[in-house]
Every structure is written in C-alpha cells, then in structure tokens.
Design a protein around this ligand. Structure first.
Ligand code: CA
Length: 331
C-alpha cells in the first residue's frame, strides 16, 4: 500500500458538496450551477447553489439489488430523461416533465435477475445514448451481449423526439433499423461522451477477474467489446467467440486494485490543470480513483463507494458515493 501511494504521482482533492443523500446514482448540473442527484429509490434531489437540498421529483421504481433510478439527463428547467427499472424489472427510459408526467420512450425487458441493468443516459447532438446490462446473473446466461437482436449488453442510440413515434433510429446508426451501436458489454453501468474528441468512454464491470474501460468514436462502425467471449483481454467463454471481431479495452485492472469499475469523464474543466484531457474514473469497491491518458494510468485519490461521476456547468468534475455524498474534485 505504501509503495503504491508513492506511485500516485499527482493526487487530487475532493470536497463534499452535499452529504446525507440516500444511495445517489448520478449527478447532473443546470447552467446556473444547481445540481440534480438521482437516488436509487427513485427520488431526484435538487441542490441549489445556496440553500437546502429538496426532493424535486419522484419516480416509481423497483429498487431491489442493483435496480432503481439509475441516471438522468436534463433537457431544460422542467424536462429530463431518466433511466430506471420498472415494477417488472425492465429498464425503462422515459421523458419526464415536472408537473406534467411521463412519456415512455423505450423499455428493455430484464425480468430474471436484478443485477446488470446499465442505465446510463447521455444526450449528445439531440440523440439519446443508453447503456444496458447483459440481463444479469453470472456469465451472461442468456448470451444477450453478443446477440444483436437483444437490446441487453449494449450501447444504444436513438432519436427520442420523432413526431408521434416514441423514438426513431438515427440514419447514422451503424445498422439500419437498429438502435445498437456497441455490443459485447456486461454491465456498462457508467459511460460518457467526450465532446472534444467525439469519443464514448465506457466502464464495463467485470465478472470475476477483470475490470475494463472501453472507448469508441461516436461515429464508429458497429463495435463489439467482446463479452462474454472475453473478460477484459482474457478468454472467458470460448463458446461465445465464433465470428466476432472484438475491440480490445483501452485499459484493464484486476482484483488487487478493485472489483467494480465506475466509468467517468475526460476532464475538460479549468480548475485542475493537471487533469486536463485525462479520463478520470474509479472503482466502487476499492474506492480508488485514477486518471488515464495515452497509455498512462495514475492513481489520483480515493472515494469509497463511488457510484458515478458528473460534470458541473463549468466542466468541473463531481462524483457521488453510495454512502450519500456528492463530492467535487477541486485540485
Ligand atoms: Ca470487453
């Protein structure tokens, strides 16, 4: 441990923004700096720049094991998209209007197991990107991640505003008529889109041995990240490899460093110059935080139970912890 901390070349500081939340799963910011935090049990908490946090919205969710309210993205002051697990365990993505109810966009059945729901949303150039888990259990019992007709174990891209339709498939998607832009994922719990390079960065939680970070261009051809043929770069299930052209992870780490990766963001803020252009991410179990750039990974700090990263209105990095904290990376 001691030697390792000496190798942490450049550490960062985290400062609490808020504490006492209930299992926060994501944080987003409004242009005025107000933060919105999703809680696993279905509440959205509004945290103004000054004053007390308040419950701003409630969504009925199932919240056993890994189920719950999983993330949101803002559209404007009253409207947002959220991903949550419904009463039957399906991953539901809907548009909500404060005071105006819910418009259901897409629902992905996931009835058997309560783990591996994915559930990250990102809005980029008017299109909605959605991560989905492989259906849960262990070892992808359904072979869902590799099967393109199954929407589990994927990154999806849809046009969520499409006349009277619930959604449309963007013409630029790699497969005509399919929302799938990436597959072969186990539980891409958190992913982000770096708008400077137009790249998608995915943290894909491993099975027994290997955590991984994957990366693809927004405009890439259909991309296969390998699960469950591979776990990270290791062979996992050779029966699931036939005919696949797998894109290897950008980086992997094993059980000596963590057990459940939480994907983050490429830092594009200004207050922490040493992190500019570095991809910052962490591990939910070990609490370690790292920064990665061009083949170099540095350990930069610690946050126990990190569930999610977010960016504020100035591009500064936030994170949430299962213990109820929102933290800000300050230097
Ligand atoms: Ca993989």
């Amino acid at each position: 441990m001691f030697a390792e901390s000496l190798l942490a070349l450049s550490t960062i500081d985290v400062k609490p923004v808020e504490t006492g939340l209930s299992a926060p799963t994501s944080v987003v910011a409004a242009p005025n700096g107000t933060l919105f935090v999703t809680e696993k049990q279905g509440r959205i908490i509004k945290i103004p720049k000054t004053g007390k946090p308040k419950t701003w919205f409630r969504i009925n969710v199932s919240d056993d094991e890994e189920r719950g309210l999983l993330s949101m993205v803002r559209i404007d002051a009253k409207r947002f998209y959220a991903a949550y697990t419904d009463g039957k365990g399906a991953l539901q993505v809907s548009r909500f209007t404060k005071g105006g109810g819910q418009r259901k966009i897409i629902r992905i059945p996931h009835p058997q197991y309560a783990n591996h729901n994915g559930g990250q949303l990102q809005l980029h150039k008017g299109l909605l990107y959605i991560s989905t888990g492989d259906g849960g259990g262990s070892g992808d019992p359904f072979g869902a991640a590799e099967r393109l007709s199954d929407l589990r174990g994927k990154i999806l891209r849809i046009d969520p505003t499409c006349g009277s339709k619930r959604y449309c498939i963007p013409a630029a998607n790699p497969r005509a008529g399919s929302p799938v832009i990436a597959y072969g994922l186990r539980n891409p719990w958190r992913f982000s889109i770096d708008t400077v390079t137009d790249e998608i960065w995915i943290g894909d939680v491993g099975q027994n041995e290997v955590e991984e970070i994957d990366r693809m261009r927004v405009g890439a051809p259909l991309t296969d990240f390998g699960w469950s043929c591979f776990e990270g770069r290791r062979s996992y299930n050779p029966d699931r490899c036939a005919g696949r052209d797998v894109t290897a992870p950008v980086l992997t780490y094993g059980r000596s460093e963590g057990e459940s990766v939480t994907g983050g963001y490429v830092y594009r803020g200004s207050k922490v110059p040493k992190l500019r252009g570095w991809y910052v991410f962490g591990d939910f179990v070990s609490g370690r935080l790292w920064a990665y750039k061009d083949g170099t990974r540095k350990r930069i700090g610690r946050a126990d139970g990190v569930t999610s990263f977010g960016v504020d209105q100035r591009g500064e990095l936030l994170l949430t912890t299962i213990g109820g904290r929102v933290l800000r990376i300050t230097k």
